[in-house]
Design a protein. Structure first.
Length: 276
DNA sequence: CCCGGGGCCTGGCCGC
DNA sequence: TGCGGCCAGGCCCCGG
């Protein structure tokens, strides 16, 4: 489940392998993941050079000059880069043949990932239409806008952080981690947070996302080697996947509950629900 | 407007 | 052992 740190790790890997390469040929074997006409996608991508590999939230942005190829890995999407022909793989859905004879392959067991082309000038509109909040860095993710967004909503804080609108990039793992670090119960209504709690939460989001990027992301369930799957952040996780283990802060066993239909790990003592 | 639930997918796991 | 059923989960869409 790639979240922002894992996508950033993938981005860095891709940058090292395909930057400056020209796409000579594209093969799409699962058309539904291309969110536009498949033939038009192939036609527009073929012959373009990868000028940069950027990222916004959990989206990868391949800069092809006039257009951006926007790729979302969703749950299990992965990129593989082969120096020659790619091996047969029933989970490989898109194959980009590059001008040095190498192949960049998108592989996705669950077929949830998406690819689309967006004109570079329409990037801001794309971001706005997807209600994508700021990157979780201090300069972009301001206390004022975060606080204002929380004040307007009764939504449980966990659901609110997952919807990407207040801040981009958090998924189920890192939301559980930042809420634990902030001693906040995931079901606390957004608007019930005190100013001190909002300040702490924001700082923990910025800190934990930066740490996770530095650690190369988390490797939770490895099926194969791929970009971004050599992470070390899993060793730093305090609550995610730690059901029954002692809370590192108070020693009470970590519990797993459902919040908004999602598995949520928490310490019921440190993250008491009925607090200010 | 908000919220909840279903759909998209498939492999792994559980229980019988 | 085999198999049915359920779960995981980001995001979108629909209905209330």
């Amino acid at each position: 489940m790639p979240e922002l740190p894992e996508v950033e790790t993938v981005r860095r890997g891709l940058e090292g392998q395909v930057l400056g390469r020209t796409i000579k040929q594209v093969t799409v074997t699962y058309a539904k993941m291309i969110r536009m006409d498949k033939e038009r996608f192939i036609q527009e991508v073929t012959g373009q050079t990868i000028l940069a590999v950027n990222r916004r939230g959990k989206y990868l942005l391949f800069d092809l000059g006039e257009v951006l190829l926007i790729s979302h890995l969703r749950m299990e999407g992965k990129y593989f880069h082969y120096p020659r022909q790619a091996p047969e793989d029933k989970h490989a859905h898109v194959d980009f043949g590059l001008d040095d004879g190498s192949h960049l392959v998108y592989q996705d067991v669950r077929k949830f990932g998406t690819m689309e082309l967006v004109a570079k000038k329409d990037l801001e509109a794309f971001i706005a239409s997807h209600r994508l909040g700021p990157e979780p860095v201090a300069e972009s993710f301001t206390l004022d806008s975060f606080q204002a967004g929380l004040k307007r909503s009764k939504k449980p804080i966990k659901n609110h952080l997952l919807d990407q609108s207040l801040v981009a990039g958090l998924g189920n793992i890192y939301v559980d981690e930042v809420l634990w670090a902030s001693s906040l119960h995931p079901e606390r209504p957004s608007q019930s947070l005190s100013q001190d709690e909002v300040i702490r939460l924001r700082e923990n989001i910025i800190r934990i996302m930066a740490l996770a990027i530095e650690k190369g992301g988390s490797t939770i369930r490895t099926y194969h080697n791929a970009f971004g799957e050599n992470g070390r952040m899993q060793d730093e996780l305090k609550v995610y996947g730690q059901t029954g283990q002692a809370c590192p802060r108070c020693g009470h066993p970590i519990e797993k509950i459902k919040v908004g239909g999602r598995g949520s790990h928490l310490c019921p003592v440190c993250q008491e629900k009925n607090r200010t």
